[in-house]
Ligand binder design. Structure first.
Ligand SMILES: [Zn+2]
Length: 295
């Protein structure tokens, strides 16, 4: 006896013709595929020592090509300032100093986790542009293509704070967060297929995806933010910038951002938590500054 209250509304649903046993087999096959996908694409991240999911078919060249394609589209829609503009020159100078320290900082962080330094970033083709916009934002795409929006200048207020933001963005690219997100989405899709094979209707599937977003993908996104904060701070400190600028920066960021959404629904960590974490990282950042800053 089935007690499914939606049975009458199934309106000749796809799964109806399938025997229950067959349907379970299909679901199990998808789940097994998902499990295999996860197990065969796990890798240890040299920046954090943690096990992460990166699809082994996403190589550095593919990442770089995807990043470049996105970058060209963005610059076409939002033309950047000319290179001769003082803002563009300042940002280029900061980027050059940060990039110069990637090798040493990467090696030191990897060694702290007992791992060999990653080399994928050596294929990056670094470039930075300043885009006129009210947004207080910046990004670094996989492959090293960066942009800073002019709206960030009044919030950053200093080169040190600007270096903290740019270090954070560079860290996202170094940590291959883009490739990790693509791999997680693929895993979520496999889960969705299993749900569809199991006879969930589109609305139920959507609810499962939303739950997965909250329970799985969003916490990942927040972890990525915290990791980028940490690696970016070390990079800025090693490049002779004052890492303490990060505190005031995130205070101003949260003030300019209006009402911050509750942490569980946000890809960004709660500003208070973020500042606390940054403060706890400051002694280590100062060590990086002493060790690598040679002016
Ligand atoms: Zn970020």
């Amino acid at each position: 006896m089935r007690m499914d209250p939606h049975r009458g509304r199934a309106a000749g649903g796809r799964g109806r013709g399938l025997g229950g046993g067959f349907r379970i087999l299909v679901v199990l096959a998808f789940l097994a595929y998902g499990g295999c996908y996860y197990l065969s694409n796990r890798t240890q991240d040299p920046y954090t020592g943690e096990t992460v999911l990166i699809d082994s078919s996403i190589g550095p060249e593919q990442e770089r090509a995807l990043g470049l394609q996105a970058y060209e589209q963005i610059l076409e829609q939002e033309p950047p300032l000319p290179r001769s503009d003082p803002a563009a020159q300042q940002v280029e100078r900061i980027a050059a100093r940060l990039i110069d320290k990637v090798d040493e900082v990467t090696a030191e962080i990897a060694a702290a986790h007992g791992m060999e330094a990653p080399t994928h970033w050596k294929q990056f083709e670094w470039e930075v542009n300043v885009i006129p916009s009210d947004q207080a934002n910046a990004f670094c795409l996989p492959g090293g293509k960066m942009a800073v929006y002019t709206g960030l200048f009044p919030v950053a207020q200093s080169e040190d704070a600007m270096a903290v933001v740019m270090g954070h963005e560079i860290a996202h690219a170094l940590l291959r967060h883009g490739a990790q997100r693509m791999s997680q989405q693929k895993l979520a899709q496999i889960g969705q297929m299993a749900g569809a094979a199991g006879g969930l209707d589109p609305q139920q599937q959507q609810m499962v995806m939303a739950a997965m977003g909250y329970g799985y993908l969003l916490p990942y996104a927040r972890t990525h933010e915290t990791q980028a904060d940490e690696v970016g701070l070390m990079l800025a400190a090693a490049a002779c910038y004052d890492p303490n600028a990060a505190i005031g920066l995130w205070e101003r960021m949260s003030a300019s951002g209006g009402d911050a959404p509750p942490e569980f629904a946000s890809t960004h960590p709660n500003p208070g938590t973020r500042i606390q974490t940054l403060q706890s990282l400051m002694p280590r950042a100062m060590e990086y500054r002493e060790k690598y800053c040679r002016q």
